[in-house]
Ligand binder design. Sequence first.
Ligand SMILES: Cc1cc2nc3c(=O)[nH]c(=O)nc-3n(C[C@H](O)[C@H](O)[C@H](O)COP(=O)(O)OP(=O)(O)OC[C@H]3O[C@@H](n4cnc5c(N)ncnc54)[C@H](O)[C@@H]3O)c2cc1C
Length: 439
Amino acid sequence: MTKPLKSWARYPDHPQAGHAVQWRDRLQPVLAQVAGANGTTLAYGNGRSYGDSCLAASDQVVHTRPLDRFIAADWQTGVLRAEAGATLDDILQIAVPRGWMLPVTPGTKYATLGGAVANDVHGKNHHVRGTFGRHVRRFALLRSDGGAFECSPDENAEFFAATIGGLGLTGVIAWVEIQLMPIRSSRVSVTSIRFGNLNEFFALSEELDSKHEYSVAWIDCLSRGSSLGRGIFMVGDHAERGGLQLPVKKKRAVPITPPISLINPLTLRAFNALYYNRQQQKTVQSEVDYDSYFYPLDSLLEWHRIYGKRGFQQYQCVLPQVNSRDAMHAILEAIGQSGTGSFLAVLKRCGDAVSPGLLSFPMEGASLALDFPQHDESNRRLFERLDAIVREAGGRLYPAKDAHMSASDFQLAYPAWHQLEALRDPALMSRFWQRTTQT
Ligand SMILES: Cc1cc2nc3c(=O)[nH]c(=O)nc-3n(C[C@H](O)[C@H](O)[C@H](O)COP(=O)(O)OP(=O)(O)OC[C@H]3O[C@@H](n4cnc5c(N)ncnc54)[C@H](O)[C@@H]3O)c2cc1C
């Protein structure tokens, strides 16, 4: 048994007892044993999901992180097969020096392969390559009834689609085979452009997204009036030269969890203004190592502690293309009026690549993600307003980040949930799934 496990945002507070699995042939016995003793369980990768989708309803999880071995790699074709507990960082460590990169990566390299599949994660190149699941060739799925089978787009295709973005509910993934992406250099050429408001963001995105592999913007979520949605737009591409080195970095960590959040309206306003004004010129060109570009937050270990013992909630929504401008304005106005929000609000356009998962989150349009310190009443009031805007616009929230979505909103936004429920392994149940479908 490991120490109690939590989700990344530490809210809701349901510490999980972790039943660690060291060997693949122990996965099914442990799954059967934990579910048998507690009714249900859930696979837990590395707890980088923010809310309650990685928390078992029984608070007893099968901890797959120790399963981190590489099974096969073909460095001519970039096809890699690894156990589901291997992190994206484990993969980068062996792939980058050989000229291969993850085709899609979220903003943390500490997610596991199993977690990346179960949430069908997306990254800064969604407009070019879609979600992670599009690059998954096959995986092995283990069920609590003893069933064990491989899934690919052509083999057990129904389980393939249900497991990608399937929130860990169709079975436990033992290993995953992915197609990596070739790179010439481990460095990324970046162009950062300061923009004055949301309309400028959409204009930049329209002009530049199709010309670059990566595109994302940071916005000052507290700016109001004519500056609503001001921020820094960043496009990037893998450099042609510069070698294939792994970045050498000193890790820093937030040493303790303060009793109250260090993020409050004062610190937030100061940080946002500082960050925005840090870039004096309209456009800045730079070249950085991949670690600084993709994973700036990972360099400060345990950064979630700054939100104090009560934790925080992330709000991430995606809005369909046709309504994204108006709805995004309305969302930012509501957040600006509330005076709360995060020092890292991330805005990005999602492309039209079809996700392979039944319940994948992205859709063509715009996605916004930001963190809120946990204050029960004010968060509830604000989220109610934001949820109404998202609902009206035909958008949806990201289960990987969620701790508050209502059952009706979830079922409206993810109508295929019935199909997933029909394929769910009865031994698997998360707090998220219980909250949004079992009421
Ligand atoms: C700083 C930061 C930045 C992030 N940026 C992004 C981003 O840009 N884009 C994005 O999409 N996400 C992002 N995320 C979210 C994160 O990528 C996902 O939540 C990811 O799924 C976490 O992986 P994990 O291994 O920690 O899984 P966990 O959080 O432990 O679990 C997530 C889900 O995977 C299931 N699961 C885990 N292992 C298995 C397995 N072996 N078999 C079956 N199911 C399994 C669990 O049951 C659960 O449903 C970010 C998170 C952080 C902390």
